[in-house]
Design a protein around this ligand. Sequence first.
Ligand code: SAM
Ligand code: SF4
Length: 349
Amino acid sequence: KVKNIVNYFISNETIEKEHIIQILSLNKHDKDREELFKVANLIRKEYTGDYINIKGVIEFSNYCKKNCYYCGLRAKNPIIQRYRMTPDEIIEVANQAAILGLDTIILQSGEDDKYTDDDLIYLIREIRKKTSLPVSLSIGERSFSSYRKFRKAGAVRVLLKHETINKKIFKNIHPEKSYDNRIELLRYMNTLGYVTGSGNIIGLPGQTLEDIAEDILFMRNENLRMIGMGPFIPTENTPLKDHPRGSGELTLNAYCATRFCIPKAQIPTTTALGTISPDLQYQGFYAGCNVIMVNITPEVYRKNYNIYDNKIKVEFYETYEKIKQLGFSPSKITQKRMEEKKNACNIRL
Ligand code: SAM
Ligand code: SF4
């Protein structure tokens, strides 16, 4: 099995649906799996440079007008304590993140129209001006013209997960979202020159391995360059609260298959996987992931950004040390900032 998949990859720089399903089907104790993960890791090194990117997420608002069945931020969740960070707070956190050594600022929120396009444009411009770091948006669906304006203001990356390419499952769990609009929006973002990211949730009701393979193929065919895939985590006060959580091992298989299928992709090992077990999240690096997102939302707000229950906090310093301890290298900009800090400490001493 391994030989076939690797040979096919060597000739085509990608793999096909049958191979993806074979990888997804691998068992934790399967010898083949270890071998394939090793190759995925080599592909990561060869196609993305031998660095792990540490990106900082600022969860600036947990208000949302939508009601996705799986998400704790859904408008109809009465229990959650809502917050909005002010623009000044957001810019200050972004500043601190740049000093820390993060290499991208991700602005994430529920779908919150209280932040107008102009507010977001102001934020993007100020963060770019003050930190020079790339700004990535993960704010859900806005109009095509809004995303055009954000791009013009300096946002370079955008994340909008398609969640599942299976239309029936998508409709069952998204009462207000339009499947076609979301896909059109992703295509439009690509034409605007964004580095466009999408992804799925693993373990949705009715989802099969073939559906997950179709998700990966969709992202390859649409030229999507950041691929976020996390296991479903059940959450109180949501319609899917009793649905079992997605498999962490299957999520690792999906990372490996994606690395074979889209070799140059930015693939984060996700917080949702870390919420099942931090060890599993670190194993993501061995399965082909090259990104991890750390949480830089101030504590007073973070505890209420309850997308799913028991969401862990991924911390910068701990993550940085762990990456090095595991034998991987953080990106050059992160290493440079850490060196500067170390030197400043030595001078003071
Ligand atoms: N509101 C924006 C959107 O929907 O695109 C961005 C923020 S949203 C909280 C970010 C992602 O969280 C979603 O794309 C979804 O995949 C993920 N998510 C939400 N609830 C989840 C759950 N219970 N388990 C796993 N992932 C979840
Ligand atoms: Fe809102 Fe996004 Fe959660 Fe859906 S996934 S309820 S759009 S925050």
